[in-house]
Design a protein. Sequence first.
Length: 130
Amino acid sequence: MSMTGPAEGKLALDAKVYLRSEELADVNVYIHLKGYSRATVTHLDIEHPKLNSIIPPKAKTFARIEGIENGIQIITEKSDEVKIIHPLLNRVLQDGEKTRTLVGGKLGGIFIGFRKRELSKLEDIADHTP
């Protein structure tokens, strides 16, 4: 069973993603809702094989997540940067807001497991997006 790509309970966001300063082509970003497709908690999936160069599958790390203009940015402990550009993500973290949370690797990408405060905002976006 594939853990990437569209599935029930995964809400696609038409986002741009940058690894360091390189825009990744053919990237998929999903709000993956708890209870669907084996998700035990709602999280944000960022799917592109190049992301496994910073966080390999099954590895987990704590990273700084910052709200930036029109999106969010992940900064790993090794100072790798991943920018996810989609204006809805500023409902989770506003420009300048910061949190530290779990970022994990999965085959073909990474996921962000937000803290409770951000998690409820992510679920709220999913509830109000067709």
